[in-house]
Design a protein. Structure first.
Length: 452
């Protein structure tokens, strides 16, 4: 795992004529082709990417650059519509479904910004797991400890690996319970889950209408901010890092470190020490609502209810074609009544209000993105017990922020040469810019060789 070039660095190289979009695209496509056995992509757009790269170079030569990502290879998760194609969402169930008539909104926005879409990345079937295993198309392995075959994190599994292995400069994923932040943490990347309402989901195959959000996985916090602006159709403003002495963070006093492994616990505690030594105030805060969430979701929660509503017809006819571990979770939604669902939505509103009140005077929450390092793929494939235990544990912390309708970054915080660990910086609804700014300050601190 080596340092990756940022969008800003590559844009400057393109502007100065030090490299061309064709150069970058050919390099990305070559890496994709050389890594076919890793199952990172479900489809590659080599012909289209080369044509788009040529057009980008032609426009740049004429003094026209459409955005900071113009001419840069970007990957998209396999649940976004591309005009003229069937959207499979990591499954074989939809192979005979109608083709998309138009691009997903975010795909169209990327195209109009000049991004070079190099392909669709692999994912957990229908985005329903935080691990990244896929029995249909194979499971990519994390770039760390590849000899052991560690999970990449899910559900945006191929997205994380595509960036970490240089097959794309950045990737676009979705996050319903951590599916951007988890692969970012396991692949040593920055990943941003925006407030869900800020990025339109039209043309993205849903998992949960209430919780789905769309965001980037990339090399840095600023890369995430650049892409977030494009995805949300908002003007790009570079994040500005405040002085850490001006920031006040909260660490939940319970839940988020439960069952943490020794490496994650030690790295997180050392990271908090560094943040405090740099001048930030970090308080341990009781958030009893976090302790209640497992009980609130004990029937399967909004995800199972809404997934069942979308999949019930397919499951009645093609259940045998699903990943059994995915189907079993969706089927839990069958037992959730309309009254249960309405009550859950009302409970969520009260829960959000209570948590927001507790966090009103803080710049953000800090916690490990996941409490454990990436498990081995083979161990989870072999055992349903290990699979579901790991899935629940790995999704636990990120899910808190989805239920909160908040926003969150994951940035690497581990010492070089050790297992990747993500630090999550999270905020309440629509505090996206504030979290990006605070995340930049922490990224600068943690990337200082003298500190790490």
């Amino acid at each position: 795992m080596t340092a990756l070039p940022t969008i800003t660095e590559l844009n400057q190289a393109l502007t100065k004529g030090q490299v061309t979009s064709i150069d970058l695209t050919e390099a990305a496509l070559a890496r994709i082709q050389a890594s076919e056995k890793l199952s990172v992509f479900t489809k590659t757009y080599a012909l289209q990417a080369r044509a788009a790269a040529k057009a980008s170079d032609t426009l740049r030569a004429a003094g026209l650059a459409r955005s900071l990502v113009d001419g840069l290879p970007i990957s998209i998760k396999d649940l976004f519509d591309v005009a003229g194609e069937t959207t499979l969402s990591g499954s074989v169930v939809l192979k005979n479904a109608p083709k998309a008539r138009q691009n997903a909104v975010i795909v169209q926005r990327l195209v109009e910004a000049g991004a070079i879409i190099v392909g669709r990345t692999n994912m957990t079937e229908f985005a329903f797991s935080g691990l990244g295993l896929n029995p249909h198309y194979g499971t990519p392995s994390s770039p760390w400890d590849r000899a052991s075959g560690r999970i990449p994190g899910g559900s945006s599994s191929g997205a994380g690996v595509s960036v970490a292995d240089g097959m794309s400069v950045a990737a676009i994923g979705t996050d319903t319970g951590g599916s951007i932040r988890i692969p970012s943490a396991f692949c040593g990347l920055a990943g941003f889950k925006p407030t869900a309402s800020r990025v339109p989901t039209q043309g993205a195959l849903p998992l949960s209408f209430s919780l789905d959000s769309i965001g980037p996985l990339a090399a840095s916090v600023n890369c995430c901010a650049i892409l977030d602006a494009i995805l949300s159709a908002q003007p790009y403003e570079a994040p500005v890092a405040p002085q850490l002495a001006q920031l006040r963070f909260a660490i939940p006093s319970s839940v988020v470190l439960d069952e943490a492994d020794d490496h994650v616990r030690a790295v997180f505690e050392r990271t908090i020490e560094l943040i405090r030594n740099a001048g930030a105030q970090v308080d341990l805060v009781d958030i009893p609502e976090f302790e209640q969430l497992a009980s609130i979701n004990s029937q399967g929660g909004l995800i199972c209810a809404e997934a069942w509503a979308w999949h019930r017809s397919l499951l009645s006819n093609q259940a045998d074609q699903y990943d059994p571990r995915v189907a079993s979770r969706i089927l839990r939604g069958k037992e959730i009544s309309a009254a249960d669902y309405i009550q859950l939505q009302q409970t969520r509103l009260r829960w959000i209000a209570a948590v927001e009140q507790r966090l009103a005077h803080y710049d953000g929450l800090l916690m490990p993105t996941t409490p454990i390092i990436a498990p081995r793929i083979q161990d989870l494939q072999a055992s349903d017990t290990a699979y579901f235990k790991a899935n629940g544990l790995i999704l636990r912390n990120p899910t808190l922020i989805n239920f909160l309708d908040g926003c969150a970054l994951s940035i690497p915080c581990h010492p070089h040469g050790t297992a990747p660990v993500g630090l999550m910086i999270a905020g309440t609804k629509l505090r996206d810019r504030h979290i990006l700014n605070a995340g930049l300050a922490l990224e600068q601190l943690l990337s200082d060789p003298g500190v790490r």
